[in-house]
Ligand binder design. Structure first.
Ligand SMILES: C[S@@+](CC[C@H](N)C(=O)[O-])C[C@H]1O[C@@H](n2cnc3c(N)ncnc32)[C@H](O)[C@@H]1O
Length: 254
């Protein structure tokens, strides 16, 4: 599958299929509602647990970038809440909002937050492209493996810029374009192993085939840097995980 160069190219795709924007929104949200109860287990199996290491680095860098701006931390496309719960361990008193378009994923986040005293999280059922939050009101946005699933990823980045306080950061973790020598090996895992685990564990081969296709379609490093700049953000940090399979981008609102 051809990798997109611009985020706008993703607006009318669902995996390998061409669809309307409304169909994309419905298909993606429906998919996450369906797989929510198995999502965390599947992440561990598919990535052999490495996503936990990447997320640990992400959370440490997010905490380091939290400046003096008041206001909540927003974990956008926060899914089952793992980033928000990890942030809570570092930020005892800061309001933390987990926003997501899938009620099913947020339901799991609420259950997980209820398991330990002190794990307070607010949940917000809203699309990233139209957040019910005031301009300049958010102290930090984290966005982990969510951008490539948004209906309008470029619009979502512009919305992040709108709600961030001046000087505040977006900490973005997403799949990327692996190094050329590693790509064939990773391609085998992605195309043959992940959908089989999806079928066996989540009983949803199609959902995991979509996730793999969305990873293969998502633009690479330089294109994402350009999209962040176009949304009005300044890239200040960029690091690759596992030969470029995933990448952490940190960008600040001037
Ligand atoms: C792959 S999951 C990532 C969840 C979590 N952040 C993580 O790192 O494990 C992608 C999430 O994006 C959410 N999502 C998809 N489209 C969205 C949109 N337009 N607005 C907000 N969330 C969206 C999905 O519901 C899902 O929870």
């Amino acid at each position: 599958m051809k990798r997109a160069r611009r985020l706008d190219e993703m607006k009318t795709t669902f995996g390998a299929e061409q669809v309307s924007e409304a169909e994309r929104r419905g298909a993606v949200t429906g998919l996450f509602d369906r797989i929510a109860p198995r999502y965390d287990l599947m992440n561990d199996l598919m990535s052999f647990g490495t996503h936990r290491l990447w997320k640990r680095v992400m959370v440490a860098r997010a905490v380091a970038h939290l400046g003096d701006a008041p206001g909540p931390v927003l974990d956008l496309a926060g899914g089952t809440g793992d980033i928000a719960l990890a942030l809570r361990r570092h930020l005892a008193d800061r309001p933390i909002i987990v926003a997501d378009a899938s009620a099913g994923m947020l339901g799991v986040a609420r259950e997980r937050a209820g398991e330990r005293a002190g794990d307070r999280l607010d949940t917000l059922h809203a699309p990233a492209e139209a957040l019910p939050l005031a301009d300049n009101s958010v102290a930090l946005v984290t966005l982990s493996f969510g951008l490539r699933n948004m209906t309008d990823p470029g619009g979502a980045l512009r919305e992040v810029t709108r709600v961030l306080a001046p000087g505040a950061a977006l900490v973005l973790l997403e799949f990327s374009k692996p190094a050329a020598w590693f790509a064939p090996l990773y391609g085998l895992h992605a195309r043959h192993v992940i959908p089989r685990i999806g079928a066996a564990v989540a009983r949803d081969r199609a959902a995991y085939a979509y996730l793999v296709a969305s990873i293969e379609r998502f633009p690479g490093r330089e294109d994402i840097a350009r999209e962040l700049a176009a949304a009005g953000l300044t890239l200040v940090e960029d690091r690759a995980f596992m030969f470029g399979i995933a990448r952490l981008h940190i960008a600040v609102k001037p």
